[in-house]
Design a protein around this ligand. Sequence first.
Ligand SMILES: C[S@@+](CC[C@H](N)C(=O)[O-])C[C@H]1O[C@@H](n2cnc3c(N)ncnc32)[C@H](O)[C@@H]1O
Length: 204
Amino acid sequence: MQVDSILKSYARYAPVYDHTFGWLLSFRGRSMAAGVANKRPGEILEVGVGTGISLAYYRKEHRVYGVDISPHMLARAKKRVAQKQLAQVASLEIMDAREMSFADNTFDSVVAAYVMSVVPEPRKVICEIERVCKPGGNVIIVNHFAAEKGLRRTVERMLAPLSDKIGWRADMRLDEILANTSMREVKRYKLPPLGMFTMLHLKK
Ligand SMILES: C[S@@+](CC[C@H](N)C(=O)[O-])C[C@H]1O[C@@H](n2cnc3c(N)ncnc32)[C@H](O)[C@@H]1O
């Protein structure tokens, strides 16, 4: 994935995102991820916050920070926060998840929903997420991960060369995350539709 194509894709998707991808990509994943983060009071970071579709799921007693590389997506998130008066949102900033400006060990929980197969270098992103999470904090990744075999694997392989055009990688493997972090896996949940998405709960 190239940054230019990500920026172009999300400038195009931003006006329609909530009614297309926002709706297609399981809401259950977003609410479950926020549910895990909500269990530990404090500072929550949402990486690739997009149009802020998950922000209302975080409880009011937290302070939520959102970052995204796309100004078009972030503008929508800011509008949503103002319209819905989401007092738990402390800031929304343009930032590249590969190199975040937050200090080490800042956040109690870090959430990345439907982001890892969109970012240019997922390995760098998981390292950054680990760096900014406090020891004992939660990291919750929701994503589509490549199937091991079968028809889905064949389709994902066919889609792989189109990644830059469609704005996401269909063939991202879960091992790519686990191999690049020393965080401990707490649990893995399959999500609808048809278990095509996964919520991965890690602890630093
Ligand atoms: C599929 S959207 C997911 C948005 C939101 N998390 C959701 O649940 O709908 C992926 C988001 O990741 C953002 N993104 C892609 N590369 C990024 C990067 N390097 N740093 C930060 N955000 C990035 C995109 O701009 C987009 O808003």
